[in-house]
Design a protein around this ligand. Sequence first.
Ligand SMILES: [Mg+2]
Length: 406
Amino acid sequence: MKISDLIITPLAFADPPLLNSTGVHEPLALRTVVQLVVDGGLVGLGEGSGEREVLDRLELVRAAIIGQSVFDTSAIELIVAAVLGPDVTPLQKRAVFSIIEVACLDAQGKLLGVPVVDLLGGAVRSEVPYSGYLFYKWAGHPDAVADGWGEALDPAGIIDQARRMIDLHGFRSLKLKGGVFPPDEEIAAMRALAGAFPGMPLRIDPNGAWSVETSKYVARELAGVLEYLEDPTLTTAAMAEVAAVASMPLATNMCVISPETVPEAVRLNAVQIVLSDHHYWGGLRHTRELGAICDTFGLGMSMHSNSHLGISLAAMTHVAAATPNLAYACDTHYPWNSLDDVVTTPFEFVDGALAVPAGPGLGVGLNEAKLAELSRRYVESGRTTRADTAYMRLVDPAYDPTLPRF
Ligand SMILES: [Mg+2]
């Protein structure tokens, strides 16, 4: 069954003003949806980054994959690498291939009448737990009305947000995006969460915003509070210094981001948990392989998220269900963005988890009207890249995202 077309559609969807160490989320987040058409008109769906460079690379490989069998994903991966050439890094190639691979697997599943999880070895769990992803945030975007989530700039605001997340979605673990305020304020927020939700697994992720010394201080202060500490500081060597004294496991989606980055992290015992992300690791089958790598080296496994829609969430759920040692609740931004989804039936969490979609392929349909609306919004926005720092500087012209911030 051959690929006859690849329709590439960049989208812009509403995003609240979520704060992080680089700045703040803009009113629109960018994403790309692909429709991979096979002979006979059947369509496989894929989703990934909306950055202009990713779109350009998808356009470059489009002609080369037309005519390939939709089942030959290994050959397609080689074609993607060859077309993009030596100036494009392996990581950048994987970001492109992952979108196509998911679309191929969706099409394969539809052709065979089986869910994608069955193409990955079958489900080892029938539902996938996700963690409630908390953010410091403004009440609304500048010059816009407040959004329904309200302001969260202190421990009380974070508690309110956590309570709302749990009431709406039933999450059974919580993660705070940190690196925004001085560490003592974020330590206070984590302690407040531990007090308000006794026994709830808690994580904080400042995206490398802390120095080694600050990271060690936070690790000491939050001993007994955290399930894991994610990317407190940049570089594998610096993470190893922190890991040597931290009582809790260190997790990462910043220093272990590809097969090439695993050996040094293992040699230095820099991290104990790797956050997978099929968008970075080259698709769902390579994410399964990451599971084997983590098994080999005794590393735990969780899952990273960027702002995304339901096609990615379906893919994340299928691969998490098929990966035995992906035992930590996965991250997802979905509750922040689900009102603008392009799938026909948006996902609903039950007790903080998603059932693995049962339909053939990814098990999601495409809302063509919504796709067209978000595509128009992309064009009208004139945006081609994410710019959290520039957006923050509209409000705080002196904002400095240089790491470590603290
Ligand atoms: Mg992270």
